[in-house]
Ligand binder design. Structure first.
Ligand code: SF4
Length: 355
């Protein structure tokens, strides 16, 4: 076995130079994927956690260059679900057996604490774990959502290259992004982050920095998405991210952080028709089927070629379950917290997990 992969499998840590060496060497890909799959199996077993995704608003005040929801995109038809619609989708998702619901949206100022807190409480009363993916907020807001019943929060760093981040996310501060991730920890969430792979101007060196940042953050969930240029954004003519580089990042994350939750992302399946199945066999243990209904699925267009936009939530549930069973894995009936317990693990004042 490649010495670095062997070391990573045993120690779950490599230096920046060693990570760069693995990221640059494509001759080790199959070995790396196999090692990540073995570590996933040994640490977490064969369960796959399903998270039902409700895309509740495609309105966003930000202007990220790579994203179809950016505010300067005047072509996209905007929508904002009503509380009744969100609750209806949530109830249906629970009836399909989902134990976690993810509320995802652009940074939509309409959804204030006053509006979101009662909604979170009503969804929580359905007996599910709740993940929020609603962008940058203040510590007070994060605390209010947590108190209302939210358990997890996804906030991708996208890239740890500060200069690149601030160029691609105009008006946003990389330092504030990192502060938000610290605040989420302070507020007691299971913290999810992640990166886009293949952004124009991104280097292999910066991908290695992303990996070390995730390790230092001790993130509880990490999602990797290949960059897919959207024709309604300024990056429309840029090159699509490499599927295998994204897969390698995901496999390396599994080896660095053996017990965390890693989704097989839909963006992977946009680039390869078996993308999510492949990802599940290279370290991933989570799938996030869409439980939003109707035309909203197509309107939440972060990138083109998004899969399953014409399907119903019932169809997606069956399809994903079939894919999971076909590779001899099982759908978990638990909440899928990092520690397999009933909630986020306690942390000390430095963010380190305590027994
Ligand atoms: S990436 Fe997020 S914050 Fe940026 S424009 Fe898209 S939805 Fe808004």
């Amino acid at each position: 076995m490649n010495k670095l992969i062997e070391k990573l499998k045993k120690e779950h840590l490599l230096t920046r130079e060693e990570l760069i060496e693995l990221l640059k060497d494509d001759s080790i890909n199959e070995e790396l994927y196999k090692a990540a799959d073995e570590v996933r199996d040994k640490t977490l077993g064969n369960e796959v956690h399903l998270r039902g995704l409700i895309e509740f608003t495609n309105i966003c005040k930000r202007n990220c260059m790579y994203c179809g929801l950016r505010r300067d995109n005047k072509i996209i038809k905007r929508y904002r679900l009503t509380e009744e619609e969100i609750l209806d989708f949530a109830e249906k998702a629970v009836s399909y057996g989902y134990r976690t619901l993810v509320l995802q949206g652009g940074e939509d100022p309409y959804f204030t604490v006053e509006r979101l807190v009662p909604l979170i409480k009503k969804i929580k009363a359905l007996g599910v774990a709740i993940t929020l993916s609603i962008g940058e907020r203040s510590l007070e807001e994060y605390k209010a959502f947590k108190e209302a019943g939210a358990d997890r929060f996804l906030l991708r760093i996208e890239t740890t290259d500060k200069e690149l981040y601030e160029k691609l996310d105009p008006g946003m501060s990389h330092e504030n992004r990192k502060q938000c991730l610290r605040d989420l920890r302070t507020a007691g969430y299971e913290v999810g982050s992640g990166a886009l792979v293949g952004l124009p101007g991104q280097t292999i060196e910066s991908l290695a920095d992303d990996l070390l940042y995730f390790k230092e953050l001790d993130a509880d969930m990490l999602g990797i998405g290949p960059f897919i240029p959207n024709e309604e954004t300024p990056l429309k003519d840029c090159k699509t991210g490499d599927f295998h580089l994204a897969l390698k990042m995901m496999a390396l994350i599994r080896l660095l952080l053996p017990d965390i939750n890693i989704p097989a992302t839909t963006a992977m399946e946009t680039l390869d028709k078996n993308g999510r199945t492949i990802a599940l066999q290279c370290g991933a243990n989570v799938v996030m089927p869409n439980v939003t209904e109707g035309e909203y699925r197509a309107l939440y267009k972060l990138y083109p070629g998004k899969i399953c936009i014409g399907d119903t939530p019932a169809h997606c549930r069956g399809c994903v379950t079939g894919k999971i069973r076909a590779i001899n894995r099982v759908v978990s009936d638990g909440y899928g917290f990092r520690d397999n317990g009933s909630g986020p693990k306690k942390r000390d004042e430095n963010g380190k997990r305590v027994e």
